[in-house]
Design a protein around this ligand. Structure first.
Ligand SMILES: [Zn+2]
Length: 85
């Protein structure tokens, strides 16, 4: 691979450019970080929706509660299955 700022040829496993010191970000790293962020977000939203569903059930909003519970469970499931290789 080549350094994006100075063009020096580098070891593909290098973390920093040996010529100019630029920190190198590989596409796979970016993707992994994005996946982790997405997973955390869907888990957080799923958890929030499940709590909202419980709240709705206690307020006799069964239909909205059911929809919210299903959506929350789907998000939690999505977050748990994500990041598995
Ligand atoms: Zn460089």
């Amino acid at each position: 691979m080549k350094c994006p700022s100075c063009g020096k040829s580098l070891n593909p496993r290098a973390v920093r450019c040996t010529g100019c010191g630029t920190r190198l970000i590989r596409p796979s790293d970016k993707l992994a970080r994005k996946m982790t962020a997405g997973r955390g977000l869907s888990l957080a939203c799923g958890g929030l929706l499940v709590w909202l569903a419980v709240f709705l059930f206690f307020n006799d909003a069964m239909l909205f509660g059911t929809i919210t519970a299903v959506a929350g469970a789907a998000l939690l499931f999505l977050g748990k299955t994500m990041n598995r290789r």
